[in-house]
Design a protein around this ligand. Structure first.
Ligand SMILES: [Fe+2]
Ligand SMILES: [Fe+2]
Length: 227
């Protein structure tokens, strides 16, 4: 007899056990199922009400009691604060770039960032929440470092552009990590429209990161090496 047969022999109840144990278990299971289906009917009725309300208000389904939902909202407030600070930083830094190409890339990203802020406001609206900012120490720290990196280079030099590119990419990577996670949470929570909006922003951040790499590798780094 193989091991599997031995195990099934051990666990198989005798005829007399079957007649006494199984009906009790079945009764419990039936009672449990009835309770469960009553709960499900209740829950699904409430859920349908919520969804109808949300649809009427143009909002996504929002289970405000879930811990993940609270975490998600908190993270959105964090990136909403961060985008505001990034916009301020881009406005300052674009005047400091030496090459025209980098200046243009920063100006473009400043416009994109303004749109991303409006997009986040749309996300809050879809969730039926007020657009609030929560102080983000990470972005404050990165932007402080970018500022110091730029200040440590000579005005009008290509080395300054190298510093701006590396600094900007630190910001972009922070944003990519944030939006990447937020898109996945939005999908998990069933916020499809919100996930689409956040994914649009994620794509823009990735494009910017790619463009910055291109500018650095095509000429800025080489020209800085000649200084
Ligand atoms: Fe952004
Ligand atoms: Fe960005």
């Amino acid at each position: 007899m193989n091991q599997k047969d031995k195990n099934s022999e051990k666990t198989a109840p005798s005829k007399s056990e079957e007649s006494t144990i199984i009906p009790v278990e079945e009764n419990k299971a039936v009672a449990g199922k009835k309770q469960q289906s009553a709960n499900e009917t209740n829950d699904s009725a409430q859920e349908t009400d919520k969804q109808t309300d949300a649809k009427q208000n143009g909002m996504e389904k929002n289970n405000s009691h879930s811990e993940l939902e609270k975490f998600f909202l908190d993270a959105l407030q964090d990136i909403y604060y961060a985008e505001g600070k990034i916009e301020e930083s881009l406005a300052k830094i674009k005047q400091k770039a030496t090459s025209e190409e980098l200046q243009e890339a920063i100006e473009d990203h400043e416009l994109v960032t303004k749109k991303q802020i409006l997009r986040l406001e749309k996300v809050f609206k879809l969730l039926g929440e007020e657009a609030k900012k929560k102080k983000c120490d990470a972005i404050d720290g990165i932007l402080k470092e970018v500022d110091e990196m730029v200040k440590s280079t000579k005005d009008g030099s290509m080395t300054r552009d190298v510093a701006i590119i590396i600094g900007s990419q630190k910001v972009e990577h922070y944003e990519i990590a944030t939006y990447g996670g937020l898109v996945q949470i939005a999908i998990t929570l069933g916020h499809e429209k919100v996930a689409d909006l956040l994914e649009t922003t994620l794509d823009e951040e990735e494009e910017t990161d790619y463009l910055l790499t291109e500018i650095a590798e095509e000429h800025v780094n080489f020209e800085a090496a000649e200084e």
